[in-house]
Design a protein around this ligand. Structure first.
Ligand code: DQA
Length: 159
């Protein structure tokens, strides 16, 4: 009788991929900066990438700071790790910074654009000081690299 190795998906907590304000407009919003890929495209690709590592993805977007804080708090117990593109809240939100400080899970900060090559007000991130790692400037591919990075960090943790 062939016995499949137990799927990680049946036991592992999911990877949370959280997106902040205006990212629902991806594909049509400033495509010269953010590309033509929609958030739904990214969700699909992220789910496939995570599945290859044995993880499910909980993929969400909100334009509201408090909702993002609620999801980060939820992730403290419900997620294996978090990928966060906080959009403009990256540069402004102490509430998101504080929620992330309490996360106690690997956290990858993602930005589609290279925030350091843009306006000075985008050069500071309240997420970076509490992130495990940061990926920016690689467009939608950044999300997939973040999933690879998280999967590798989680593997190290359980090894
Ligand atoms: C962004 C960069 C932020 O500065 C901006 O406010 C966004 C998108 C990015 O993915 O490049 O909304 O997070």
């Amino acid at each position: 009788m062939s016995r499949k190795s137990p799927a990680r998906t049946s036991r592992a907590k999911p990877i949370y991929v959280l997106n902040g304000p205006n990212l629902n407009l991806l594909g049509s919003r400033e495509p010269e900066l953010y590309g033509r890929t929609t958030l739904a495209d990214i969700e699909q690709a992220a789910a496939a990438q995570a599945k290859a590592h044995g993880y499910e993805v909980i993929f969400r977007q909100s334009n509201h700071e408090g909702v993002l804080v609620d999801w980060i708090q939820e992730a403290r117990t419900a997620a294996a790790g978090v990928i966060l593109n906080a959009g403009a809240y990256t540069h402004t939100s102490l509430a998101i910074h504080d929620a992330l400080r309490a996360l106690d899970r690997p956290l990858i900060e993602v930005h589609l654009s290279n925030i350091f090559a843009r306006e000075p007000f985008r050069h500071h991130s309240h997420v970076s000081p509490v992130a495990t790692g940061v990926i920016c400037g690689l467009g939608a591919t950044g999300y997939l690299l973040a999933i690879d990075a998280l999967a590798s960090l989680l593997k190290e943790k359980t090894a």
